[in-house]
Ligand binder design. Structure first.
Ligand code: FAD
Length: 241
């Protein structure tokens, strides 16, 4: 059974309105960074620009995959000469990410123009469910580079400690402002639970700041509702539409 925390499935209708993948780029390097999450370093198309937090439709540059693209967020710094993608591989369904799991250096992808509503608007809380961390990696790396991370807290929800993406790097950047919550496995020193009202009240205290939420639909919905009930305004909640 799939955990609602871990799957972030785009609706076909939603994707139809996004720019199709047209730029061919070669994969330069790949590595698994957790048991089911793979990092891709790929070429950056000439003149390609994105804002931290944005995604693009991506697929394999093979005839049978041309009409089966999926959205993925860029995790690299905007100044980097290459693009980085961090992709959770779902091997249980023989879909796009399964095929990306088999792709390696030298294979070609197609990338669309960037899109997305998640952009940094000021200090606050970042709530990530599973692979929903990816747009925040781009934003937090950029803030770190500019020495502007102060005032931000990242809360990640995963099934187990083995599912945490880039834990070491994020911990290095954010220190005590990087919090982990596990929905399944008990890990000493961490709580085994979902982000609920009590956690939010204890953690946040001041609801007059920004709240960035990304993850599965139910995760985004639940947290948006809870934060609104606790006093956050609609304007202060930043999510993908
Ligand atoms: C804007 C945006 C940005 C994204 N960025 C990233 C990113 O940077 N990294 C990343 O890893 N992911 C990201 N995603 C999610 C990613 O697009 C999807 O995981 C991917 O497209 C799934 O493709 P697939 O064909 O391999 O899997 P699918 O076959 O679509 O399955 C994916 C998962 O959903 C479950 N599932 C699918 N359909 C059903 C169904 N009908 N009933 C029950 N379960 C179902 C499957 O069991 C599996 O766990 C993003 C999504 C959006 C909307």
């Amino acid at each position: 059974m799939d955990d609602p925390i871990s799957s972030r499935v785009p609706s076909a209708l939603h994707m139809e309105n996004r720019p199709p993948p047209v730029h061919p780029v070669k994969i330069l390097d790949t590595a698994f960074i957790t048991h089911n999450v793979k990092r891709f370093k790929v070429e950056k198309p000439k003149g390609y620009k994105f804002s931290p937090g944005q995604a693009a439709r991506i697929t394999l540059n093979r005839p049978e995959w041309l009409d089966r693209s999926g959205p993925f967020s860029f995790t690299s710094l905007t100044s980097s000469r290459t693009l980085e993608l961090i992709i959770k591989i779902y091997d249980d369904r023989k879909g796009l990410t399964h095929e990306l799991g088999l792709a390696h250096k030298g294979d070609e992808l197609l990338i669309g123009e960037p899109f997305g509503a998640i952009q940094y608007q000021g200090p606050g809380y970042f709530f990530a469910g599973g692979s929903g961390i990816t747009p925040f990696i781009a934003i937090l790396r950029e803030l770190h580079k500019e020495n502007k991370l102060a005032g931000n807290t990242l809360v990640c929800s995963n099934q187990t400690a083995a599912d945490v993406i880039l834990g070491e790097e994020l911990s290095g950047m954010l220190g005590k402002k990087f919090l982990n919550i596990f929905t399944r496995q008990h890990v000493i020193g961490f709580s085994e639970r979902r982000i609920d009202r009590n956690i939010l009240v204890t953690l946040v205290q001041n609801f007059d700041q920004h709240f960035y939420i990304c993850g599965p639909h139910s995760f985004v919905q639940n947290l948006s509702t809870l934060l609104t009930e606790l006093g956050a305004t609609a304007d202060s909640i930043v999510i993908e539409h």
